[in-house]
Design a protein around this ligand. Structure first.
Ligand code: LIP
Length: 265
């Protein structure tokens, strides 16, 4: 039995704001790198913000499970609860590190792997996207909905080019295949924010070959509750990693077909 959805959402909002505002207040420390790989970074602030969000959540719900990007530790839920919290403390870490404003804190509550409440907080713009399974998607409390665009040539396509994806070649072919049909393609660097743009009607298609559960757990619910459609096209060998599509629903099948033709031949 999970707590009321509105209470879970309030907790997610409090945790996302606490972590996001901490990251915003500490941008002068964004060069403090914990781990640097060829195409990715983990910052000390990633871990600090995840700890802040986790602390807020466990103050409300000490027996709940937590899955966070920074340690990928899935603390099992205690007895009597099945709620799992999924945290990406800074989605768009490389953007944040370089001082680009496109980053966010993403927090979702899930039961049996299904998101039931989710928040994506964009501190630089003070935009808080939210949804529960039973309520419409909102941005700063006002309802949002996907666009009515139903022609690929009028669509904005958002994607990411994460270098560490198995089957790299087909990834680029898929991006090219959708880009050839879309009006414009953009790579903005935060999967969660990209999906919120789809939910708010500012873009029509988001797809990425290799994002993680914590990138999509909250934003995928926000897209669906805004009238959009989402699907996992493929679960990758790496744990928590997937090829994920989110659209305004009108163009879902066209986008899925183009990606599948490019990746599966
Ligand atoms: C990011 C994703 C983005 C992807 C980046 C990175 P992070 O998540 O949101 O879509 O293209 O490579 O994985 O690592 O900033 O939390």
């Amino acid at each position: 039995m999970s707590p009321p959805l509105n209470e879970l959402l309030d907790c997610a909002v409090a945790a996302a704001r606490a972590a996001g505002l901490y990251a915003l207040a500490n941008k002068d420390r964004r060069s403090e790198v914990e781990v640097s790989t060829r195409h990715d970074l983990k910052l000390r602030l990633d871990g600090e913000c995840q700890a802040i969000a986790t602390s807020v959540i466990l103050e409300h719900y000490p027996g709940h499970a937590v899955l966070g990007e920074e340690d990928e530790v899935h603390d099992q839920a205690g007895p009597g609860t099945s709620v799992e919290w999924v945290i990406d403390p800074i989605d768009g870490t490389v953007n944040y590190y370089h001082g680009l404003p496109l980053w966010c804190c993403s927090i979702a509550a899930r039961v049996n792997g299904d998101s039931i409440a989710g928040v994506v907080y964009e501190p630089e713009a003070d935009h808080l996207y939210s949804a529960t399974r039973d309520d419409a998607a909102k941005m700063n409390g006002a309802p949002i909905e996907v666009s009515v665009v139903d022609r690929m040539e009028h669509a904005v396509f958002l994607t990411g080019l994460n270098q560490k994806v198995e089957g790299d070649a087909s990834k680029h072919q898929a991006v090219q295949a959708v880009s050839n049909q879309a009006q414009k393609t953009r790579v903005l660097g935060s999967a969660a924010l990209d999906m919120c743009r789809v939910a708010a009607g500012h873009a029509e298609i988001y797809w990425e070959a290799g994002i993680y559960t914590w990138d999509m757990a909250a934003a995928s619910l926000i897209v669906r509750q805004a009238g959009g459609k989402t699907c996992t096209l493929k679960k990758l060998d790496e744990p928590h990693r997937l090829s994920f599509l989110a659209t305004n629903a009108h163009l879902h099948e066209r986008a899925r077909e183009a990606i599948r033709n490019a990746t599966e031949g």
